[in-house]
Design a protein around this ligand. Sequence first.
Ligand code: G1P
Length: 290
Amino acid sequence: MNLKKVVFPVAGLGSRFLPVTKAIPKEMLPIIDKPLIQYAVEEAIEAGFDELIFITGNTKKAITEHFDDKPNLNISNLTEDKKNFLAEMYRIIPDHVSCKYIIQEEPLGLGHAILQAKEAVDGSPFAVVLADDLIDSKKGVLKQMLDQYNDEDSSIVSVQKINKAESVNYGIIDFKKGSADLIEIENIIEKPLPENAPSNFGVVGRYIFCNSIFSLLEKISAGVGNEIQLTDAIKLLLNTKPVFGYEFTGTRFDCGSKLGMIKANIRFAFKNVTYKDELKKFLQKCIKNE
Ligand code: G1P
């Protein structure tokens, strides 16, 4: 299957995290010791993707630098050991994987960001990962989706059950429930009010698209929030090609929100034996002094 390219839209303004995002892109905010975007990139590489396409904003140099594997380590007082350690830490992208950076001049929405990748994707199907949806799972969600994928003409969006009261934060799908792992989507609405939400299945930031999505992204005009919405292009895609929902296995952290970031940091710290016991004691103490 010719599915090797993955697009990371990372040009958002990160306004919910101001002032920290004045100088640091939101995707560079850390969960323990790795930025969000690195978790997303590692998930993609593990799934076998080898062409990474980043859609960055004008001020997102930090992301390019983060993945640069040729840092200047000609510092005279570094020991060889320290140099080797640093070189290893700096090398995030394996040699067989390429990175391309494309600037989105204006933040006109997620759909507009994806459209900037059209030339780089060059006619093939591709995946999209939203780094602020961090998912803790045994098998990466992109890999889970690839295991379901067998038709280059179809598309898959990952979904999870949400609390309907929170439908205004998600694309919500309407679907025909079958017994298979893939749910056939019949309609999709971006951020509906709870009373208009057709189901309690919300879209989470992992997608596999057939290439036709680009011509539809070119057609649509601004939607919810006055932004070019990916969801609106998916809705048009449904008229001509099958689009499936896939309910992934794993815990998703909405790292586009501060609470989500805090929870993700706690979860990932708990997974680390170095911090686990001490952190547990500390949290118990916090709860007692509430
Ligand atoms: C975007 C999509 C939305 C999706 C969500 C998942 O919204 O537009 O359909 O459910 O990501 O995180 P955003 O969170 O960028 O507002």
